[in-house]
Design a protein around this ligand. Structure first.
Ligand code: EPU
Length: 349
């Protein structure tokens, strides 16, 4: 018997305030909730939505909405968590793009499949994780990535991409790139597969984790302990988006040449910096912003978080324009003092 297709879940003039972690006001002319790959194809085949410009919204944790959106907003809500394969050298876990990233991390730890513990409590959805190659405490998504499925928004075709095809970089991937071969706005990630290597090896080289080892005297923590430590570190430093609107780090940590760095260190010897494998040097943007006196400041209804200068927050009722105005003022003052241009991490729309 032929089955009747479930109609698309479409909402007109939908408020996006609940759908972005900054809590910014914006209205989507059309919001479509995607619960399956078939839903994506229904959008592609739709007489109006098929040809309309589209914007893919994941957990809304990496976007600054400065205006209402005329494009068709696609809210990915594809569910599912499963162990795909258990191999001698790895567990392969698959998650629907609409699952919460942290829920996935917590589930893998509970099941006894460690490897994602350093990435605990990162806000946002599973599908958004590869877009900006999320990272924390010495681990990036690309270090645990197996492959992902996506649906092309023009042809409706499903594709599977491996790590090379995703072109992962620091908070970057092919899904953020608009130029040649870039996939920004061109496809919807539907499922992500992670590879959790066996035997498990903890990653404990990050300063905050070394401090935990020193404080607790536990030099051989298990994955559950690392998970708990990362949650505690993040809760102490970063605002919970459920309580205070924010999008995590607002700027990327800038990478400079050794010559540039020598210059800067000459003037500010205490600047926090890390040498990279290719000889360049990464500077702590939080330190640069802090040094310019921004920590805890408020401009309009947007502010700089009291405990981490790299995080901009909504002090209550802020507009996207207020957040962007504050961000520009910070960029100007950091450029004025250090000659370094800070690049925003979230997508500004
Ligand atoms: N610092 C200051 N003042 C501040 C903030 C930071 O002096 O107000 C100094 C700290 O003392 C520290 C250094 O800057 O020595 C680095 O700070 P932190 O360890 O907090 O990390 P971060 O570089 O600011 C990055 C990621 C975070 C990630 C943490 C932990 C980026 C843009 N941010 O922050 O990611 O959680 O490392 O690995 O790479 C995110 O991307 O949204 C995010 C939260």
């Amino acid at each position: 018997m032929p089955t009747t297709p479930v109609p698309l879940d479409v909402q007109h003039r939908a408020s996006l305030r609940e759908h972005n972690s900054f809590g910014l006001p914006a209205v989507a002319r059309t919001l479509v909730r995607l619960r399956s790959e078939a839903d994506v194809r229904r959008v592609v085949d739709h007489p109006d939505y098929g040809v309309a410009p589209k914007f893919v919204l994941g957990g809304g944790s990496n976007v600054v909405l400065t205006r209402d959106i005329d494009s068709v907003v696609l809210k990915v809500e594809i569910a599912g968590l499963r162990l795909l394969r258990e191999k001698a050298d790895a567990w392969i876990v698959e998650a629907g793009a609409g699952e919460s990233w942290h829920a996935l991390v917590a589930w893998t730890i509970e099941q006894g499949w460690p490897g994602l513990e350093n990435l605990a409590l990162i806000p946002g959805s599973v599908g958004a994780a590869p877009v900006q190659n999320i990272g924390a405490y010495g681990v990036e998504l690309k270090d645990r990535f197996d492959s992902l499925d996506a649906v092309d928004l023009v042809t409706g075709r499903s594709v599977t991409l491996d790590a090379a095809a995703c072109r992962f970089g620091y908070r970057d991937s092919v899904f953020k790139q608009a130029g040649f071969g870039g996939l920004a706005g061109k496809s919807v990630i539907t499922r992500v597969r992670l590879r959790l290597p066996r035997p498990w090896q903890p990653v404990l080289g990050y300063l905050d984790l070394e401090r935990k080892i020193a404080d607790t005297g536990n030099a051989r923590p298990d994955a559950r302990t690392v998970f708990d430590w990362v949650c505690a570190i993040r809760r102490a430093k970063l605002p919970d988006p459920a309580l205070v609107g924010n999008a995590g780090s607002f700027f990327k940590n800038p990478v400079v040449s050794p010559e540039q760095c020598r210059d800067i260190i000459g003037r500010d010897p205490e600047i926090v910096h890390y040498p990279m494998a290719d000889g360049s040097i990464k500077l702590a943007a939080g330190w640069l912003i802090d040094a310019c006196g921004w920590k805890g400041k408020t401009v309009g209804r947007a502010g700089v978080y009291e405990r981490q200068a790299l995080v901009l927050v909504n002090r209550g009722g802020a507009s996207g324009a207020e957040v962007v105005t504050l961000a520009r003022a910070i960029q100007e003052s950091v450029y004025g003092r250090f000659g370094i241009r800070l690049e925003p991490e979230p997508i500004i729309l």
